[in-house]
Write a protein that binds this ligand. Structure first.
Ligand code: GAR
Length: 221
């Protein structure tokens, strides 16, 4: 059954770059039974291609350019003001490359998700693909997690594994991880919009009201 339009979760996406994850979500929301709507896309970079993708899809966009703010606090406050105009039920970080202040994170606690290109808790932060190669990992992948004040440390909802090939470079590995991101992130966002996912406290997840003992993992494709 289609959700009543007034009950449909309002999704706001933040992106800094190319926006391939945004594109995957735009396509998912075009499915007739998708239970939420992207109401706006925001960026800290005026030139982000993600803004172009949103405009092409008829979605409202806004930019809060971080280079115009003296402090992280001032930038986050300005960003939050823009975001609140759209009354989001869910904030989706899709390659949003800014460290967020604790105050900002608290304001969206329990309704902000992130995609991170590693099998967390391995490789928080940047250059995850090169770090997986340097460590000789045989399996790498992607995690979708709730955002908490602990950077890249919020509880992981789901992961998809990607086998590392002997001749992989950071670029080839990133490409295959991204393919999995585009599958996994819309699935998790759908669960959230269906009301199936909840952050419990700061470190655990309820799925259909029941604590999830393990991360949900899609096996290596
Ligand atoms: C994605 O691969 C995502 O995992 C990564 O940025 C990329 C954005 O690509 N996110 C992070 O590194 C977060 N720390 P996209 O703009 O094409 O969606």
């Amino acid at each position: 059954m289609q959700a009543d339009p007034v009950d449909r979760p309002r999704i706001l996406v933040l992106a800094s770059g190319s926006g391939t994850n945004l594109q995957a979500l735009i396509e998912a929301t075009r499915e007739r039974d998708f239970p939420g709507d992207i109401v706006a896309v925001g960026s800290n970079r005026p030139q982000a291609f993600a803004l172009e993708r949103a405009a092409q899809a008829g979605i409202e966009t806004f930019t809060v350019d971080h280079t115009r703010y003296d402090s992280r606090e001032a930038f986050d406050a300005a960003l939050r003001m823009e975001m609140e105009r759209y009354q989001p039920d869910l904030v989706v970080l899709a390659g949003f490359m800014r460290i967020l202040t604790e105050e900002f994170v608290r304001a969206f606690q329990g309704r902000m998700l992130n995609v991170h290109p590693s099998l967390l808790p391995r490789y928080r932060g940047l250059n995850t693909h090169q770090r997986a190669l340097d460590a000789g990992d045989e399996v790498h992948g992607v995690s979708i997690h709730f955002v908490t004040e602990d950077l890249d440390g919020g509880p992981v909802i789901a992961q998809a594994e990607v086998p590392v090939q002997p001749d992989d470079t950071a670029e080839t590995l990133a490409e295959r991880v991204q393919t999995q991101e585009h599958v996994l992130y819309p699935i998790v966002i759908r669960w959230f919009c269906e009301g199936r996912l909840q952050l419990a406290g700061n470190d655990s997840i309820l799925f259909d009201g029941t604590p999830v003992p393990d991360v949900l993992t899609l096996p290596a494709a």
